[in-house]
Write a protein that binds this ligand. Structure first.
Ligand code: OOG
Ligand code: NI
Length: 463
C-alpha cells in the first residue's frame, strides 16, 4: 500500500523530473539552490535548520498551475485531495496586480504538522475569471466559456483513482503507479497545435488568459525550490548568465529573523509550440509562459503581524515615490529596521508571529513554581519557542511574479464593476472548505500552549 504522503512525495518528485526535462534552466536552478543550501549549512550549522531540516528544505517544492473553470478547479481539488492536500487561503490577483491578471487563486497543501514535516509539497492554483467585465466583454466571455466547457483536462480514470485514494487514504501499489502516471501526464506541455487566432485574441486581453483559455490542455507553469539564502542564489544565477527578473519579492534582506516569504524568478523562456494558422496549416512558433521561481521561507505571522507587513509595503511604496532615485531594497531595509522587532523573542512577546512552545529540557529544578506569563516562562528558561514556518503565499508577490513574466500589459477596463469572489464563493464552487491559513497556524500554536500549561500545572491558560 502507498499512503497519501508517499503519493504526494512521489508526485512532486516525478513532476520535478518531468519539468526538468521540459525546462532545463529549472534543473540549473535546483542545482544552484542545493549548492547555496549546503554552503549556508556549512557556515551556520544548526541555525540553518531553524526553519526546517536540511532534508525537508532541499526536497521542498511548490508548483503553480492555472485552470479555466470552477468545474476544472473542483476536479484538480480531487487530485490534490488524493495527495492529502487541501485548499488554503484565497488570493485575488485581479486586485493585487496593476496590469491584466484575470484570475483568483488558492493553494493546495498539507495542513497538519506531521504531514508537512513528511513532505510539504504545495501547489498555487489559479482559476480564470471570464465573468469579470473589466477583462472580457459578453461576446468574448461567451466564446471563452464555450471553449473551456468543451475540453477535458482530467481523464475519468484519474478522478476515480483520486477519489479512492482520498477516501481510503492510500492506494495499492499498482493503482498508485497508474494514478501517478495519469496525474503527471495531465501537467505535461501538450504538443497539440494551438489555434493561433484564438490564442492571440485572448493574449490582447491578458497573456495569462491566453495561457489558460487559449489551449485545450493545462500544464505546470513552474516548480519552485526552496533556498536558505535567496540573495546569494540571485547572484549565482546571474553569474551563470541566466536572466532574472528585476527584484526579489516580499520582505527585504534585513538583520532580523526571516519572516513570511521572499521569492524571485528567472524570465519566462521561449518554448517551441505548434500553432495552427487560419488556413489550417501548422507552423512552429514560440511562446513565453513558463519560468523558474525560487523562494526563501520565513516565520508565519499572526493577523497583527500581517497587518504590519501590509502597512510597511505601503510605507515603502510612499518612500519610493518620494525618492525616485533611491534603491527600493535599501529603503525597505531601513523601514523594516525601524518598525519590525529584530528578534524571535520580541516577535513572540508582541504576538506578531507564530511559534510552538515546548518545555525546556534544562528548566529550573530547584522546586520553584513556574511564573504564569508566557514572557516570564521564556525569560526564566522554563519553555522554548520554535518558529512555525510560513506555508502559504503573498498576493502582491504572486501578482509581481505573474506580471514580471508577462509579455505585454494586456488590457483592463477599470470603469466596469468587477465580479466579486471570495473564499466562501470558492468553497461553494469546489464543494470543499477553503481553509483560513491564520486559523491553521493559530491552532498549532494553541495546541502547544495548552500542552505546556498542562505539563507545568499552570492554573490559567497561556493562549
Ligand atoms: C502563479 C504566480 C504566483 C507564487 O509563488 O506566488 C506564484 C502563476 O504564475 O501561475 O507562483
Ligand atoms: Ni510560485
Amino acid at each position: 500500500m502507498i499512503s497519501q504522503w508517499q503519493l504526494r512525495a512521489a508526485f512532486a518528485a516525478r513532476l520535478s523530473e518531468m519539468y526538468g526535462r521540459e525546462v532545463p534552466a529549472y534543473t540549473t536552478l535546483v542545482e544552484v539552490s542545493r549548492e547555496v543550501n549546503e554552503d549556508v549549512l556549512r557556515a551556520q550549522g544548526a541555525d540553518a535548520e531553524r526553519l526546517g531540516s536540511i532534508g525537508r528544505v532541499t526536497a521542498e517544492r511548490h508548483g503553480a498551475i492555472r485552470v479555466g473553470t470552477p468545474a476544472e478547479l473542483s476536479q484538480v481539488a480531487r487530485v490534490f485531495g488524493a495527495l492529502g492536500m487541501h485548499p488554503v487561503g484565497f488570493y485575488d490577483l485581479r486586485e493585487a496586480a496593476a496590469s491584466s491578471v484575470p484570475v483568483v487563486s488558492t493553494a493546495f497543501r498539507p495542513v497538519d504538522g506531521e504531514e508537512l514535516a513528511r513532505n510539504p509539497f504545495r501547489v498555487f492554483t489559479s482559476m480564470l475569471t471570464p465573468a469579470d467585465p473589466r477583462f472580457f466583454d459578453d461576446e468574448l466571455r461567451g466564446r471563452l466559456e464555450t471553449f473551456l466547457a468543451a475540453r477535458e483536462l482530467f481523464p475519468p480514470e484519474l478522478l476515480a483513482l483520486a477519489d479512492r485514494a482520498e477516501a481510503e487514504r492510500e492506494l495499492p501499489d499498482e493503482d498508485a503507479e497508474r494514478f501517478l502516471q495519469l496525474a503527471v501526464a495531465v501537467f505535461e506541455l501538450s504538443t497539440e497545435p494551438i489555434d493561433k487566432a484564438w490564442y492571440e485574441t485572448l493574449e490582447r486581453i491578458s497573456a495569462v488568459a491566453a495561457d489558460i483559455g487559449g489551449v485545450r490542455s493545462t500544464h505546470i507553469n513552474h516548480l519552485t525550490p526552496r533556498v536558505l539564502d535567496i540573495d546569494e542564489l540571485y547572484r549565482r544565477m546571474t553569474e551563470r548568465g541566466i536572466e532574472m527578473i528585476d527584484t526579489i519579492q516580499g520582505p527585504p534582506r534585513w538583520k532580523g529573523p526571516d519572516i513570511l516569504l521572499r521569492q524571485t524568478s528567472f524570465r519566462a523562456m521561449a518554448e517551441p509550440r505548434a500553432l495552427r494558422d487560419a488556413d489550417g496549416s501548422v507552423v512552429s512558433g514560440a511562446l513565453r509562459v513558463r519560468f523558474g521561481e525560487v523562494e526563501a521561507r520565513g516565520i508565519a505571522v499572526t493577523r497583527e503581524g500581517r497587518a504590519l507587513y501590509d502597512h510597511l509595503l505601503t510605507l515603502v511604496d510612499q518612500q519610493a515615490a518620494q525618492h525616485p532615485t533611491a534603491e527600493r531594497p535599501e529603503l525597505a531595509g531601513a523601514v523594516w529596521a525601524e518598525h519590525v522587532p529584530g528578534t524571535e523573542r520580541e516577535l513572540a512577546a508582541q504576538r506578531l508571529a507564530y511559534f510552538t512552545y515546548h518545555i525546556a529540557p534544562d528548566r529550573p529544578r530547584d522546586g520553584s513554581r513556574p511564573p504564569a506569563a508566557l514572557g516570564d516562562l521564556l525569560d526564566q528558561g522554563w519553555i522554548r519557542a520554535e518558529p512555525i514556518v510560513y506555508e502559504d503565499f503573498l498576493p502582491r508577490s504572486a501578482a509581481g511574479i505573474f506580471q514580471s513574466n508577462l509579455s505585454g500589459e494586456g488590457s483592463r477596463d477599470n470603469d466596469q464593476e468587477g465580479t466579486a469572489y471570495d473564499a466562501a464563493w470558492l468553497s461553494g464552487a469546489i464543494d470543499r472548505q477553503v481553509l483560513d491559513p491564520f486559523a491553521l497556524y493559530e491552532q498549532q500554536q494553541n495546541l502547544s500552549l495548552d500542552e505546556v500549561a498542562g505539563e507545568l500545572g499552570l492554573q490559567t491558560p497561556l493562549r
